[in-house]
Design a protein around this ligand. Structure first.
Ligand code: SAM
Length: 286
C-alpha cells in the first residue's frame, strides 16, 4: 500500500479504533471488486463516491460546503479528519480546488492516498497523517476549512478552533458538519457514545456557538439538521440489513457484523432524541 507524506502520527492501535467504522478500512477495495474494478485500475471520483464518504448524505453534503464556503478552482481548502479521502477527492474533482487533507489514522490516510492517486488527483490533494491539534499549519493561508463528523471526536475544542482560525485567511470560511447534545444522555447512551462513536465533545448549541465566538469567529450560523439526519441513519441501517447476503458475499461476515453493530448504535442514539446533528458555518473576520 502506498505510503504518504505525513507528520509521523500513527493512531492505528488507539482507542478511536473502538469505532467499528474505522476497522477493516480496506473494505472499500471489496466494494470496488464487487463493482467489477480490480487491483490498481484507474478510478473515477463519480464511481468511488458511492463507497468513500464516511458522513451523511454523501456528496450532497460536500456540494453544500462548496456553496456555503464559496469554494472555486482558485480555493485552497483544508479538510479536517479526511477519512479515506472521499470529500477531498470530490471537492478537488468538481471544483478544481486544491485540498490539504489531514487524517489522524495512518491506515485510513494510506487508503486515501492510494485512492487519490488512482483518481489522478495526486497533484491537487496533499494527504497528511496528523492530529489536527498538533499539525504544523501555515498561518492565514486557507480560503476554507471544512470537516465532516470529526470535531466531536476531539476533546480539546479550544485547541481545535485555534488551529482552524489561525490557518484560515482573513475572510475565510469554516464549514463543519458535526454532532451535538440536544439533551441529557442516559448511562446506556453515554456508553454507546464513548465506545461506539468515540464521542469526546458534544456541546449544547449555545456552547457550540460560544466556543466559536471565543475563538474569534463571526457570522456564525448553527443549523440543527437532526430532523434531516435521523431518517438517513435509519434508512442506512434498514438498507444494510436488507442487503445482508450481498454484503457478506462482498466483505465477509466479520465486517458485516461490525458495520451492522455500528449503524444500529448510531440509529439508536438518534432515535433516543438527545443526539443532534448540526451544520455550522462561520467566518474569520477580515
Ligand atoms: C466519521 S470520519 C469522517 C471522515 C471524512 N470526513 C468523511 O466524511 O468521509 C471522522 C474522521 O476524523 C478523523 N479524526 C478524528 N480525530 C482527529 C484528529 N484529532 N485529527 C485528525 N483527524 C481526526 C478520524 O480518524 C476519522 O477518519
Amino acid at each position: 500500500m502506498a505510503k504518504t507524506r505525513g507528520w509521523g502520527t500513527d493512531m492505528s492501535d488507539t482507542a478511536i479504533k473502538s469505532m467499528k467504522l474505522y476497522s477493516q478500512v480496506d473494505r472499500v477495495f471489496n466494494d470496488l471488486r464487487a463493482a467489477g474494478i480490480a487491483g490498481d485500475a484507474p478510478l473515477s471520483v463519480e464511481l468511488l463516491s458511492r463507497f468513500d464518504q464516511y458522513h451523511y448524505y454523501g456528496t450532497d453534503a460536500v456540494d453544500e460546503a462548496v456553496e456555503r464556503a464559496g469554494i472555486t478552482a482558485a480555493s485552497k481548502v483544508l479538510d479536517v479528519g479526511s477519512g479515506i479521502g472521499g470529500p477531498a477527492r470530490y471537492l478537488a474533482d468538481t471544483t478544481g480546488c486544491s485540498v490539504t487533507a489531514i487524517e489522524l489514522q495512518a491506515d485510513l490516510n494510506d487508503v486515501a492516498s492510494q485512492l487519490t492517486a488512482r483518481c489522478g488527483l495526486g497533484e491537487r490533494i496533499a494527504h497528511r497523517c496528523a492530529d489536527i491539534l498538533a499539525a504544523p499549519l501555515p498561518k492565514d493561508h486557507f480560503d476554507a476549512v471544512v470537516s465532516w463528523l470529526c470535531f466531536y471526536h476531539i476533546p480539546d475544542r479550544r485547541g481545535l478552533l485555534a488551529q482552524c482560525f489561525a490557518t484560515l485567511r482573513p475572510g475565510g470560511v469554516l464549514y463543519v458538519e458535526d454532532l451535538f447534545a440536544l439533551g441529557e444522555f442516559t448511562a446506556d447512551q453515554q456508553a454507546l457514545l464513548a465506545h461506539m462513536l468515540f464521542a469526546n465533545y458534544l456541546p449544547s448549541p449555545a456552547t457550540y456557538r460560544a466556543d466559536l465566538e471565543a475563538a474569534g469567529f463571526q457570522d456564525i450560523a448553527f443549523e440543527d439538521v437532526t430532523g434531516h439526519w435521523a431518517p438517513f441513519v435509519a434508512g442506512r441501517l434498514q438498507n444494510y440489513l436488507a442487503e445482508r447476503a450481498k454484503n457478506v458475499a462482498t466483505h465477509g461476515q466479520a465486517v458485516v457484523d461490525d458495520m451492522e453493530t455500528f449503524y444500529r448504535a448510531v440509529n439508536d442514539l438518534f432515535k433516543g432524541g438527545s443526539l443532534g446533528g448540526a451544520r455550522v458555518v462561520a467566518r474569520k473576520p477580515l
